[in-house]
Design a binder for this molecule. Sequence first.
Ligand code: DGJ
Length: 334
Amino acid sequence: MYKKLIYPIFFILFSCCCGADDSNINLKDENNNYINAHGGGILQYKNKYYWYGENRIKGNESGVSLYQSKDLKKWRYLGVIFKSNEIEPKSHSFFIERPKIVYNSSTNKFVMWFHVEEVSSNYKTAKVGVASSNDISGPYKFLYASRINARSHPINGNYVGSKLANKVNKDHSNIGQMSRDITIFKDRNDNAYLISSSEDNLTLSISLLSQDYTHTTGKYIRVQPGGYNEAPVMFFNEGKYYLVASGTTGWKPNRARLFTADKVFGYWKNIGDFVKGTDAKNINTTFQSQGSNYFEFNGDCYFMGDKWYPKDLSNSGYLFKKIIFSNDQSPYIK
Ligand code: DGJ
């Protein structure tokens, strides 16, 4: 009897302390529809939060949708703020993945970066697209789509890495390097960077953006050549930069990797797992997700991910986890 009672009490106490914090974010909008904003992010602007991402209808991506909230609980749908059919040349059909919006305080513009693929190119397009707007909710004007860092050499030396990575890098130096999964990181000094899964997904690259955030500057580094990383998420804490990435298993989740560096253009070291806990399934699949973004809310740091459902991507779910910093300040989710 005693044993039977104490177990549920312990369980309730334990789950209150450890689990509830992550589930406060509402995944439905005020009309009771599931948020349709995949591979995106949450951006704070003034006293509001904006959740943007891939708008997927019956699996197909049609543009970037936007939701607005004050508390991450009540979400107002603001519509599709940029459509894939606005990408030029309009004679071709493209789709968008992993949009990221960054605010530039010197130009007062919102700059949207995204991964651009031509439909039926089988992910060989591997370009970034850029659009900008005076208002977070649009209209966004399409600027261009291209490969990145054409005719530029990485700051961190020669093309060391796997033989294939070396070949891909050199082959693409004139037209620019490939860029698939992306994120944008804005540093405390307002420098912004594009982080891309490059070289046929073999190598991550980190590229410094121009002061107006609309172009890469040609200054870039290669991270973990031949390491097969995608779904990058970058953040800063207590003097260190962190990068969480997934392995390249298509839409299937895998075990997130955690990298750290003292400088954005420094040496990125693999420091192991980002998920801590006792459940091997959650460690091995990053809670069935691949990362999409980092954001801060009410003094807490959050990791945001996609629980892709490959059979119907429009039915994919989301992961929100508070990031915990251990005594040595290394971050993890549990
Ligand atoms: C996994 C990524 O999370 C997606 O954004 C997408 O690039 C797929 N890979 C493509 O297989």
